[in-house]
Design a protein around this ligand. Structure first.
Ligand code: ATP
Length: 290
């Protein structure tokens, strides 16, 4: 018997726009993520990633556009949603208090709270409850931040550069804990990152921002299948339509084009991009445009 799987939309963003006094940080951004997606949010410095995450977390009010989380509209002002947790880049913890007191305070502030979940995460990270937060390393603090976020049992977890400043082992610990949550609870993750090699193995969706606009988004397998590198001698001009070319590199001898969609590649060698190469192609093209 055939079964039809109906995909629930975890997050739907439409025309989201935010302007600071310094200028427009997010410009008519639209995308959606299915429930259970593990999505990487990438873009150059200043492209709007933190602004987008703060808007989705309901900590900033948009100038225009809508955000819907599991079908609930967040509305126009600053509204947090009980099914959403946000781990901000600066990991807001009470540094002079113990880990236990941090849990107690954040637990008291949230209706949805599972203290056992926090203790489980801290235990996995070998972090003592009576340790003062200020005595913890960067990696340990990241785990405390993750414990606080995961104990709210979010269905959508937003993470702003969760791996920044962590050594490879601490990154692995944090990713393992996040992935266990995804496996246990089907949590949808959207996390910003600069180092894609960390996320390549675990992410299945990508959202790429360029100057506040969503330049690329979708399932990673589909995006990779829809792009190719065409490599040839520098004098190959080939029948590639200009609008298909995302990025073009030329050295004295060789030309490399990143193209989107099926094109006639006669005269070129065709290579499939890795996720990192695809993202770098878009970022480089974006930098040249700006
Ligand atoms: N509170 C603020 N007031 C004024 N301008 C801001 C504020 N926050 C961000 N910006 C500006 O908005 C733009 C987007 O910034 P944002 O921090 O969202 O980008 P980002 O992609 O997260 O950057 P990074 O990768 O460096 O963390 C930048 O030009 C930044 O200078």
């Amino acid at each position: 018997m055939m079964t039809t799987q109906i995909q629930t939309t975890a997050l739907s963003v439409n025309g989201l726009t935010k302007t600071y006094r310094t200028g427009r940080a997010l410009d008519d951004a639209s995308f959606s993520l299915p429930q259970g997606a593990i999505a990487a949010l990438v873009g150059a410095n200043g492209s709007g990633k933190s602004t987008l995450l703060s808007l989705l977390a309901g900590l900033l009010a948009p100038d225009a556009g809508t955000v819907s989380v599991f079908g609930d509209d967040l509305g126009a002002g600053t509204h947090t949603h009980p099914r959403v947790a946000f781990l901000a880049q600066r990991r807001p913890l009470y540094a002079d208090m113990t880990v236990r007191d941090n849990l107690r305070i954040v637990g008291a502030l949230n209706d949805r709270w599972n203290d056992d979940r926090a203790r489980e995460v801290l235990d996995k990270g070998r972090i003592r409850l009576d340790a003062k937060v200020r005595t913890l390393s960067e990696g340990q603090r990241a785990l405390v931040g993750a414990a606080l976020a995961l104990s709210r049992e979010p269905d959508l977890l937003l993470l702003d550069e969760p791996l920044a400043g962590l050594d490879p082992l601490a990154r692995e610990d944090l990713l393992r804990i996040l992935m266990a949550d995804v496996a246990d609870r089907g949590t949808t993750l959207l996390m910003s990152a600069h180092v894609l090699s960390d996320l390549e193995a675990i992410c299945d969706h990508l959202v790429l921002l360029e100057d506040g606009c969503v330049r690329l988004c979708g399932g990673i397998d589909d995006l990779l299948a829809d792009h190719q590198f065409l490599v040839g001698a520098n004098d190959v001009t080939g029948p590639v339509p200009a609008e298909a070319v995302v990025d073009e590199r030329r050295t004295d001898r060789q030309a490399t084009l990143l193209v989107r969609g099926e094109t006639d590649a006669a005269g070129w060698d065709v290579e499939r991009p890795s996720l990192e190469a695809l993202v770098i192609g878009y970022l480089r093209a974006g930098r040249e445009r700006s």
